[in-house]
Design a protein around this ligand. Structure first.
Ligand SMILES: [Mg+2]
Length: 367
């Protein structure tokens, strides 16, 4: 049960097509694989997907902070000491995805050691989640075609539409085209990644008032404090805080300040231990929750569904679990499959997924 080593392995896998949104774009998944080794010979795995444009982390920075600062602080602890690990990593500010990947790899190692699924260790509410697919910037016809393909091939009926372009009519036209093509049975919500001002957001929401949106997410920056508070008080759907609430303290501040009425939980930035705290806080505050995607590969997507399926609140809404479909390849031995609009937990211990050594050798960048 004692941690004997922590590896940080940079890898890169190209996307078939880039994902573009208001705060950035992604062409290649330049992530870091984290492996936690124990003296029993168990290896726990997780991935860190750095997002420089959102949290300031880079692939090189994640590798460096894990190897030089975090690994020496957790080696020698045992897998049950997750609170000690959380506290020690917390002594360093920032670096959310580096910390989260170590945390999740520890949980995976614990599950494998005990021969139990991590989702059962966490809460065991269900074994699956409905899937929401994220649509990046494109022409309306192309975004409709992608949504229809996801519906027809994978059974997905919930879509998150990236917005935040100028003029706002560009994005309004997309959402209108999606509603007309998919019908009222589809769930649609929008994510601005802080691309609009509060007044642009309000104008866009007015133009989309008849489109039955489920949520609106991060339409304008949280740092526009009064503007955002005004916007949230004037729209009639829950307003999701995502990148503005990476910690429980941020959730408290934004929600009690009137700048959000729902939140996104991303295991990629809060791991399992931090996501538990955010989940319990959200439940106490009476917030709706969406399991978000940090453009995760299959390993990260499995971490999201493992956590989301563990609780009633996190499994109620469709989770953003399909970004891996746009990657040209992956590291797992058995690819994840979205069937009937759902992603299901694997039966094995821990996260229930394993790495393909040949694929890791092909995509790792450090040897
Ligand atoms: Mg978002």
């Amino acid at each position: 049960m004692k941690i004997t080593g922590v590896e940080a392995i940079p890898f890169a896998i190209p996307y078939r097509k880039p994902l573009t949104f208001a705060s950035g774009e992604v062409h290649v998944a330049e992530h870091v694989l984290v492996r936690v080794h124990t003296d029993d010979g168990v290896v726990g795995i997780a991935e860190a997907p750095p997002r420089p444009f959102t949290y300031g982390e880079t692939q090189d920075g994640v590798v460096a902070v894990i190897r030089k600062i975090f690994a020496p602080q957790v080696i020698g602890l045992n897998l049950w000491q997750r609170e000690v690990i959380h506290a020690r990593l917390g002594r360093t500010v920032g670096n959310p995805v580096a910390k989260a990947a170590i945390d999740m790899a520890v949980w995976d190692a614990l599950g494998r050691t005990l021969d139990i699924q991590v989702t059962e260790l966490l809460g065991g509410y269900t074994d699956r989640m409905r899937v929401s697919h994220m649509l990046g910037f494109d022409e309306p016809a192309a975004m409709v075609a992608e949504a229809e393909k996801m519906r027809d091939v994978h059974g997905i009926t919930t879509f998150k539409v990236k917005v935040g372009r100028r003029p706002v009519e560009l994005d309004v036209a997309v959402v209108r085209a999606l509603r007309e093509a998919l019908g009222e049975g589809a769930e649609l919500y929008i994510d601005g990644n802080r691309g609009w001002t509060a007044s642009e957001s309000a104008a866009a929401m007015k133009q989309m008032a008849d489109l039955n949106l489920l949520f609106a997410e991060e339409l304008c920056p949280a740092d526009d404090v009064l503007g955002r508070r005004w916007l949230v008080s004037h729209i009639d759907v829950p307003f999701i805080a995502d990148e503005s609430v990476p910690t429980p303290a941020d959730v408290t501040r934004e929600v009690l300040g009137g700048s959000a009425t729902a939140i996104s939980i991303k295991t990629a930035r809060t791991g399992f231990t931090g996501s538990q705290r955010v989940h319990h806080l959200a439940e106490g505050l009476g917030l709706e929750v969406v399991m978000g995607n940090q453009i995760d590969s299959q390993l990260g997507s499995m971490c999201s569904v493992v956590f989301g399926a563990a609780y009633r609140l996190t499994s109620r809404r469709a989770g953003e679990l399909s970004n891996f479909l746009d990657m040209s390849d992956d590291l797992l031995t058995e690819p994840l499959e979205i069937c009937g609009g759902e992603l299901t937990i694997r039966p094995g211990a821990g996260l229930g997924v394993d790495l393909d050594p040949d694929k890791l050798a092909r995509y790792r960048q450090d040897i």
